[in-house]
Design a protein around this ligand. Structure first.
Ligand SMILES: Nc1ncnc2c1ncn2[C@@H]1O[C@H](COP(=O)(O)OP(=O)(O)OP(=O)(O)O)[C@@H](O)[C@H]1O
Length: 361
C-alpha cells in the first residue's frame, strides 16, 4: 500500500542571483515498510527532497509546485501547527547528518526524548516516557543510565544512536535517514546501519536512506532513486540499479564505488562537478559531464521513460543499454569532456560574472 506519493515536486531556494532549483520536478512513491535510497553526489538535491517531505526547510526555501501526499494527507497544505501536531516525529521523523546538531545542548538527551513523546501522547506520563527512552537506549546498545547525560557528553557514534532513539520513539511510519553515518568512523558506520535496519524492520516503518555512497544503498535498500541536478534521473529496484543501470550518471557512480564482489575493480571517478542549479536552462543537466551526450541532450530536457518493473530513466540514450554499459566500464570513456564552445549548463551567468570581475580588476 502506498504510504507516500510525491508528484512533480519543485522546491527552490531564493538566492541573490535567482532561484536555486534544488528539487525540480521530482516524483516518487513509497510503500509501507519499504526502504528507498536517494543516492547522488553532494549538492544533487537529496536533502532538499527529504526535508520537503517533513517540511523542515530553511526560511529561504519554498515548495513552488507539486504535491506530497502522506497516508491520504496533503503535506504541502498543512499549517505548521498541524504538521507538528500530526506528522513530525509521530508519523515522519528524520535522522540528520550530524546528530549533535539535532539535539539542544542545554537539555539532557533524556529530557528531549521525554518532551517529544509527551508532545504527541497526552496520556503518557513522564515516568513512562522516560522508561521508553531507556528501553530504546538499551535496544540501540547505549547504557540506559546515560539518558541523563547532556549531548556534549556523548561520542559522535553514541549521539547518532541517541538520535535514532529519538527518531523511532513514536514508531513513525516513515523515517528519513540523511547520511546517518557519514560523520562516524567506518567500523561504527556498519553497526549503526545494521541497527537502523533492525529497528525499522521491527516497527515496519518505511525509510528513505540518503547517501552519496552506492555501496550503502545497495546493501540496505529495496529501491534506489538516483538524484542529479535536482532531478530523479533513474529509479528502480536496488538489484537493477546495481547490475543493470541505464543512466550514464548511475553507470558513473557505480564505477566510483568499490564492489565488494570484485577485488580487482579499478575505481573510476566522474570528472567535473554537479551543475549550478540557478537557471539551469533546457537540456540534460548531466550533459556537460556525460561521455555519451549528443545534440539532443544539450537541447531537450529528458523526461522519465519506463523500462518495465518500475524502472524509470531520464536519458535520451537509455535505449542503447549495451553500448552504454560496455563503454562506461572503460577508464578512457570518463576523460574530462571537451566541451568546445559549449557552456556547461547553468554556469553561463557565473562565467559572465567572473568575466566582469576580471574586467573590474
Ligand atoms: N539554504 C540554501 N540556500 C540556497 N541554496 C541551497 C540551500 N541549501 C541547499 N542549497 C543548494 O541546493 C542544492 C541541493 O542541496 P542539497 O543539500 O539538497 O543536496 P544534497 O544532495 O543533499 O547534498 P549534501 O549531501 O551536501 O547535503 C545545492 O546546489 C545547494 O547548494
Amino acid at each position: 500500500m502506498t504510504l507516500l506519493d510525491i508528484d512533480g515536486l519543485k522546491t527552490y531556494y531564493g538566492a541573490d542571483d535567482g532561484w536555486v532549483r534544488a528539487t525540480d520536478d521530482a516524483s516518487l512513491s513509497i510503500e509501507r515498510g519499504e526502504t528507498v535510497g536517494l543516492v547522488g553526489e553532494s549538492g544533487s538535491g537529496k536533502t532538499t527532497l527529504a526535508k520537503s517531505i517533513i517540511r523542515l526547510l530553511p526560511d529561504n526555501a519554498e515548495i513552488v509546485d507539486g504535491s506530497i501526499e502522506f497516508d491520504g494527507t496533503e503535506i504541502t497544505e498543512l499549517s505548521d501547527k498541524e504538521l507538528r501536531r500530526q506528522i513530525r516525529w509521530s508519523e515522519i521523523s528524520m535522522i540528520p547528518q550530524n546528530a549533535m546538531n539535532g539535539f539542544d545542548p542545554v537539555y539532557t538527551v533524556g529530557d528531549q526524548i521525554v518532551e517529544v513523546i509527551r508532545h504527541h501522547e497526552d496520556d503518557t506520563s513522564k515516568a513512562e516516557a522516560r522508561e521508553r527512552g531507556r528501553e530504546l537506549f538499551d535496544d540501540l546498545g547505549i547504557d540506559p543510565d546515560r539518558i541523563d547525560d547532556y549531548p556534549h557528553q556523548f561520542s559522535g557514534g553514541m549521539a547518532q544512536r541517541a538520535m535514532i532513539a529519538l527518531a523511532l520513539a513514536l514508531s513513525p511510519s516513515l523515517v528519513l535517514a540523511d547520511e546517518p553515518t557519514t560523520a562516524l568512523d567506518v567500523v561504527i558506520q556498519d553497526r549503526i546501519l545494521e541497527t537502523i535496519k533492525e529497528m525499522q524492520e521491527e516497527l515496519n516503518s518505511a525509510m528513505i536512506m540518503i547517501t552519496h555512497d552506492m555501496s550503502v544503498v545497495s546493501e540496505t535498500c529495496d529501491r534506489i532513486a538516483v538524484v542529479y541536478g535536482g532531478r530523479i534521473v533513474e529509479l528502480a529496484d536496488a538489484e537493477t540499479i546495481i547490475t543493470n543501470p541505464r543512466h550514464p550518471y548511475t553507470l558513473g557512480l557505480r564505477n566510483a564505488f568499490p564492489d565488494i564482489s570484485d577485488d580487482d575493480q579499478e575505481l573510476i571517478s566522474i570528472p567535473g562537478s554537479p551543475p549550478e542549479l540557478v537557471d539551469p536552462g533546457e537540456g540534460c543537466r548531466f550533459a556537460p559531464r556525460c561521455p555519451f551526450a549528443e545534440e539532443e541532450c544539450w537541447e531537450v530536457t529528458p523526461q522519465p521513460e519506463s523500462y518495465g518493473d518500475g524502472h524509470q530513466v531520464e536519458c535520451h540514450r537509455a535505449d542503447e543499454i549495451e553500448h552504454l554499459q560496455a563503454e562506461a566500464g572503460k577508464k578512457e570513456t570518463w576523460r574530462e569532456q571537451d566541451l568546445g564552445d559549449r557552456e556547461p549548463v547553468g554556469t553561463a551567468d557565473e562565467q559572465a560574472a567572473e568575466a566582469e570581475v576580471r574586467l573590474d580588476d
